[in-house]
Structure formats: C-alpha cells, structure tokens
Design a protein around this ligand. Structure first.
Ligand SMILES: [Mg+2]
Length: 233
C-alpha cells in the first residue's frame, strides 16, 4: 500500500454535490416536486439531513415525511429523472464548479490517474450535472457508482471499484481515493478500506469534518497548502 498522497493514486472517486459542484438547488427542487407529483402531497424536508445520502434513501425519507412508504421510491426516481431531463438548460445555468476543482481534475488527468464518481445521484441526474460542469471527460461515467447502482453508498462505491479494477479491486483500495464533503463519504471509504479526502465546500463545516479519521481534511481545493497536502508533495 502506498501511503503518500493523491499524486500516486491509481484512481480517484469523486463525490458530486458539495465536492465538485453545486447545482444551485435545481436538482433538490426537482426531487421535492417529484415526490409531490407521485403522491399528490408536498414532502416535508425540514430537519432531514440529506448530505451524503443516496437518492433512494432521500426518496424514502421524503416519502416518510408525508406518511408514504418506500414502495413509491421507483416512481419518485423515475419522475426525478423526467423533471431533470426537462431542465437541462436550467441546470447548466445554475451549476457552479467549486474553486480549484478544474485544476485538480486536469492535474490528475495529466498524471494519467483515472477519475470517476461515487455519488448518491441516480446516473441520469449525475450525467446532467457533470455535463453542465464540463467535467466529462476526463471524469469517466462508465466506471462510476450512482444512486441506482446499489441500496447503500458502500454498495455504490463497490460497484465503481469493480468496474474500475474487476474482481481484483480489494487489492487496489490502498491506492484509491474517495473525495467527498460529508462524514458519510468517509464512512463509505472506511467500510471499503479506500483512502479519503474530505473538503469543506458542502454544508458540513471544516470543524465537523476534522477528527473523523480522513487521510486529509481540506478547507477548499483552491487553497495552495491544502492542495499540496492532498497531492503529497
Ligand atoms: Mg456530497
């Protein structure tokens, strides 16, 4: 196992929301609308902590907020897909890539380090967001893990590792990184033995990310000393 930084990684698995970009609430609004259109009732998101959850979990929680059970999850996700596809232009207008992301993505690409996503987003929504951000390529979608790749974030990440490395994936986790913005990204990485960098560009503050056991915790990817720490130089 190589204990140095990202510069010697075999692959980087990016979280999307709060890590690479924000879609300015457009996708979140579509999710609430999807639940309302399927059930006829507006969900009550107050008090639900969504960060790092995968879309089937979010659908389940939103349905529970209006006393509907999880049997409606597939219908909600199908409606979410439709609503986001109908708003591709709007997503493009509201999507903002966080400072330092593009430089790091390009630097990893120059170093021939493979990049994909491990995200709670269903694949079609992830594609719209990453397309709006102009990050595909070098980020590869075919080997990604998406909200519809499993029932938990760990299953989603495992799907990506299998796509990247095949059955040999357990031997490669020490040279593979997850970069995320929530304690759930870290818990996922730890469950699989993957290395983890957390960046405080999402809703979780830097202080709340520190002391959890991530390999690196960063204020932002544009911070020069943080970028050096992450790269391992
Ligand atoms: Mg996130």
């Amino acid at each position: 196992m190589d204990a140095s930084g990202l510069g010697s990684a075999a692959a980087v698995l990016w979280d999307i929301d709060g890590t690479l970009l924000t879609s300015g609430g457009v996708a979140a609004r579509a999710f609430l609308d999807a639940v309302e259109q399927v059930t006829g009732r507006p969900p009550v998101p107050d008090g639900i902590e969504f960060g790092g959850r995968i879309d089937p979990e979010i659908a389940t929680l939103l349905l529970a907020s209006i006393d509907h059970d999880a049997e409606h999850v597939p219908a909600v996700l199908a409606r979410l897909h439709d609503l986001v596809q109908a708003q591709v232009d709007r997503m493009g207008e509201h999507t903002r890539v966080f400072p330092g992301v593009r430089d790091l993505v390009d630097r990893l690409a120059d170093a021939k380090i493979r990049q994909t996503v491990v995200t709670g987003n269903i694949r079609s929504v992830a594609e719209v967001k990453l397309g709006a951000a102009g990050l595909v390529p070098p980020i590869e979608l075919e080997v990604g893990g998406f909200g519809d790749s499993g029932t938990t974030r760990v299953e989603v990440a495992r799907a990506s590792l299998e796509a990247l490395f095949g059955a040999d994936w357990p031997a490669r986790v020490g040279e593979t990184w997850i970069i995320g913005d929530t304690p759930r990204d870290l818990a996922c990485a730890q469950a699989l033995g993957v290395r983890c960098a957390l960046v405080a560009t999402g809703r979780t503050e830097l202080q709340a990310l520190q002391g959890l056991g991530a390999d690196v915790v960063l204020a932002g990817l544009e911070v020069p000393q943080d970028a050096r720490l992450l790269w391992g130089s």
